[in-house]
Structures are given as C-alpha cells and as structure tokens.
Design a protein around this ligand. Structure first.
Ligand SMILES: [Zn+2]
Length: 336
C-alpha cells in the first residue's frame, strides 16, 4: 500500500487530542513529545506470539520462521507494518520485497542465509522496494510502470512515510530528511507463469493486477504456500489511486481464490504474516458484492494523491476493510 488514505485517516483520528491541548504545550518547558499515534495501540499484534521468532541483530526488523526455510521480515515500528519474505532453497534464496528502506535488510537476510539472493517484488510501491538498491540480482515484470519506479522515488514523494506520526517511537539512526527510494537495476524478467527454481523449491509467479499494475503473488505449490503481497492482507485494502484498477482486482482475487490445490497458508505483506486461505473466497465474494452494487461504504474520505473520494467498506464477517474509488463508475459499479 502506498496511498495516503491510511495516513489521512490517522490524522483524522489524532487531530482532536492535538487541538485540545495547546495550552498544556505552551506551559511546558520540556521538548515536545508526541503521543504515539492511534495505530500503535494495536502493537504488539497478538498473532506474532504464536510464531517462532528468530533472533537477528536489528532493532528495526523482527524476523519469524513462518514455515521451514521461510522467514517473515516484519517492520513493526513504522505505520505500514510491512512484511517481506525470505524463501530459502538449496541453491539460492528469493527475497519477496525489500521493505521500507529505513534499515539494512541486506544485513538481516545475509545473516539468515549464505545462499545467493535474488529479489522479486510483490509490486513496486514505496513500502516494498526500499532495500532493492542493495541487491545485485533483481527479477521484475517487464512493464513501463515497474521500470519507472526502478528509477527511484524522491524524498518529496515519500515524505509521508517518515512524518512524526509514521512511527510509534523516535527511530535512532534514521535520517528522515534524507529518506528517499534509491534507484535499482533490474537484472532479469519474469511473467505470469514463470517458475523460479531455488533448488528443491519452486516458486510460480501469478500476475494479480488491481492494487498495482505490476502486482504479483508467488505460489509454492509443493509446500502449500501463497505469498499474496498487497492483493490480500488482514486490514484495509486499497484499490484506488494511480495505477489501481478495481475490475482487474476483482478478477485477480477470484483467480487466487480458485487456485487448486488450495494453499495451506497465506503469507501477506502487511500487519499479520500468516493468514487463513479461507479469506480469499470471502474477499472474492466481497469484491463481487461491491461490483454488483449490493454493498455500500460506511464512510467517505478524500485522498489528496488520487483526488478521489473513496468508500471504505467494512466486511465484519471476515474482518477486512476495503476502499475503492467512487469515481471508478466505468468498472461496472454504481457510484453512490
Ligand atoms: Zn504495501
């Protein structure tokens, strides 16, 4: 996810306490200390207590062994709570996303495996490509959208990711004023159906456009794993803004829900690493309900980046919030 909506919503949530306490701040001789933003109250997420934590020399990343030779690399100190995955074969390892680029993910994965590492991104939004520049081997879809992002992202385009309310606590050693996404070099291409052989483990690329034009999922059929990227995770899913396509998203979700054999585990890119595959059918039904106009949003908000109004739809049965642009009436949906 790279849309400003979540940050916007967070500002809405914290605006009242900030506005109500100006006199207190004026009286205090102490430096301003920001209260943790509202999203921090969810941390630590209880689901992580059930996973096997792997000790790494990092105060930024938390690493969990989520299946044999599969590691979730979680960044809980920044509001995206993004999760990258290291999948280790006998010959080489694949790093599915490289996170925010706010700490050294190369050092972390090098401590987890001595195999050569190849990077593949679930898509090229800011929160998944931050460490790409540190890797020599990067596979990619052959798309103008992806090649454009590989040229890097300027500080002004990613500054919201280092705003004070993007963190639960001050982060030592991060130069927020200099934060930007460095360019990276694409060294090989993949397409829908490509199989990446890691030695004793094969990963199949499944194109799932919708959240982003270059979104992919990774499928490990033999081990029953599906790495979903941002096409599914437990939390509000964003299908609005530049490059998003709700009709394509609906088709992509239906495709993942129909995969046979059904995966044992979903390994997702935000918030919670391991999710139940039954979510996919529920999400498919939810997207179809949106497309047929039988579900209405529960609140609206403005996105400064996409200049569109979104309906955030809460599907309480499956615990997934969903946002879509109300301007996308060309997608067979009825604008409300
Ligand atoms: Zn994301």
């Amino acid at each position: 996810m790279s849309i400003d909506i979540r940050r916007l919503l967070r500002w809405m949530l914290i605006a009242v306490p900030i506005a109500a306490a100006p006199s207190l701040a004026a009286q205090s001789p102490e430096p301003t200390v920001h209260a943790p933003p509202a999203w921090c109250a969810k941390l630590p997420r209880p689901q992580y207590a059930r996973l096997e934590r792997v000790s790494v020399a990092s105060s930024w990343f938390e690493v969990y062994r989520v299946d044999p030779n599969v590691y979730a690399i979680y960044e809980p100190r920044q509001w995206q709570e993004v999760i990258s995955y290291l999948i280790v074969g006998s010959d080489r390892a694949l790093l599915f996303d490289t996170g925010m680029g706010m700490s050294d993910i190369h050092a972390v994965v090098s401590a987890l495996t001595d195999r050569p590492i190849v990077v593949l991104n679930s898509h090229t939004h800011v929160d998944h490509v931050g460490g790409n520049h540190d890797f020599a081997q990067i596979l990619s879809l052959d798309l103008p959208y992806t090649r454009g992002h590989a040229r890097g992202m300027a500080h002004a385009d990613v500054a919201s990711e280092v705003a004070p309310d993007a963190f639960c606590a001050p982060v030592a050693g991060l130069d927020t004023a200099a934060y930007a996404i460095r360019p990276w070099r694409i060294t090989g291409t993949v397409h829908d159906g490509s199989v990446v052989d890691l030695g004793g483990r094969s990963l199949e690329v499944v194109r799932v456009p919708g959240h982003a034009p270059d979104a992919i999922a990774l499928r490990d059929v033999a081990h029953g794993l599906l790495f979903t990227g941002d096409t599914f995770y437990e939390g509000p899913i964003y299908v609005l803004g530049p490059g998003s396509d709700f009709a394509a998203y609906t088709r992509s979700v239906a495709r993942l829900a129909a995969l046979a054999p059904r995966p044992r585990k979903l390994l997702t890119a935000h918030n919670i690493a391991v999710s139940d595959p039954s979510f996919l059918a529920a999400l498919r039904d939810a997207t179809r309900a949106i497309a047929s106009g039988t579900v209405e949003g529960t609140q609206t908000m403005r996105s400064s980046r996409s200049r569109s109004t979104a309906s955030r739809l809460s599907f309480r049965r499956i615990g997934v919030g969903f946002a879509r642009s109300r301007r996308r009436t060309d997608l067979g949906t009825r604008a409300r």
